[in-house]
Design a protein around this ligand. Sequence first.
Ligand code: VJV
Ligand code: CA
Ligand code: ZN
Length: 393
Amino acid sequence: ESGVTRPKGYNVSFHCNPEMEKYHFGQNHPMKPWRLALSKSLIYSYGMSFAMDNYISRTATYEELAGFHSTDYLDFLGTVLPEPVPRDLESQNPDLRFNLGGSDCPLFEGLYDYCSMSAGTAMDAARKICSNQSDIAIAWGGGLHHAKKAEASGFCYINDIVLAILQLLRFYPRVLYIDIDVHHGDGVEEAFFSTDRVMTVSFHKYDPNNFFPGTGALEDNGPKNEHNPGSHHAFNVPLNDGITDEQYKWLFDRVIGDVVAKFRPGAIALQCGADSLAGDRLGRFNLQVQGHGACVEFCKEKNIPMILFGGGGYTPRNVARAWTYETSIAIEYNKKIDPTLPQHAPWRDHFRHDTLFPTLEQTLGEPRQNRNPQKRLQEIVQHVTEQLRFVQA
Ligand code: VJV
Ligand code: CA
Ligand code: ZN
């Protein structure tokens, strides 16, 4: 009766853990797990659950987390307690163990459980892909791309993406990782730096001294030593403030089109960080829901099994819009979706505008100045083309 039907010929699964939405990083911290509740609520209000297999995922076990992370780090993560006194923002303790407890990666109540839930959703998604039960598996609670083997970084403690890709590698010879979060996907890039079985491609704002994490230059394509199998298997698309839907789509189609043709991945892991949208609290781009979603659509049309991860996204109403639209793309409902938000939603006022596709003026007031000349974008595409010549067909 919602009018949403299952896509013909293939399966979409939706993996979440409602417990995750209840955790707090602390007052004013940009990362707000309740954005997952807002997103799911919008997705379900559209009736999209009827077109997918919906799973409440289990938490990942210690042994599963140890598939990537060091046990020293996991042991510490499992025992640290929240600070009794809130730490002053500026007085960061310089000798934080494993980078835990600063303002970016605070210690909060239930931290370890929160991490195992995020990893659990991602690993469940990966297992559904490996068993051929899903063609697209959605894990909006995952996508925490900065976490390292033995270090927390940039709001990320456990790298659920790396854990999911390790699962995929048991069944697929080659996995393509794509990252459209506004930040560089450094943790995933580093984890698979020395293998030719995973190709990583991150699109991000790049300004080494002023924007986190500062890595991901165009010329960084993996180990410089030509004998290392990982060389030429990392791609970076460094961008400046204010990039538009049109430019981003052009770049994405050129870069990913060529990469897929050459690398021929058996599975795709797509990190859909929504902080690349216009109006994001931490972001710098002018992307709209349509442009962000076009990347998901482009990947879907390749007909390769795919996991969709969440990631960043610090203006919750826009995060919910993007992930709702992208869920509709997965179930092929995007062409029919009503751009007016469902009437019956209790949080409707929270969205400010009753549309799924607010204009740039509605989200920003004034769009950010675009500092991406077309000439630079052409250089990027040319560099990627040249690097791809080194990749074994
Ligand atoms: O830029 C940084 C690092 C600093 C040190 C810590 N201060 C607070 C900020 C500067 C150098 N960190 C970034 C991390 C961004 C992580 C993005 C994660 C993802 O989207 O890629 C994937 C989930 C950063 N930018 C902004 C902030 N931190 C920030 C942190 C806060 C804050 C305001 C801004 C932490 C607490 C509070 N406000 C109350
Ligand atoms: Ca990125
Ligand atoms: Zn981000």
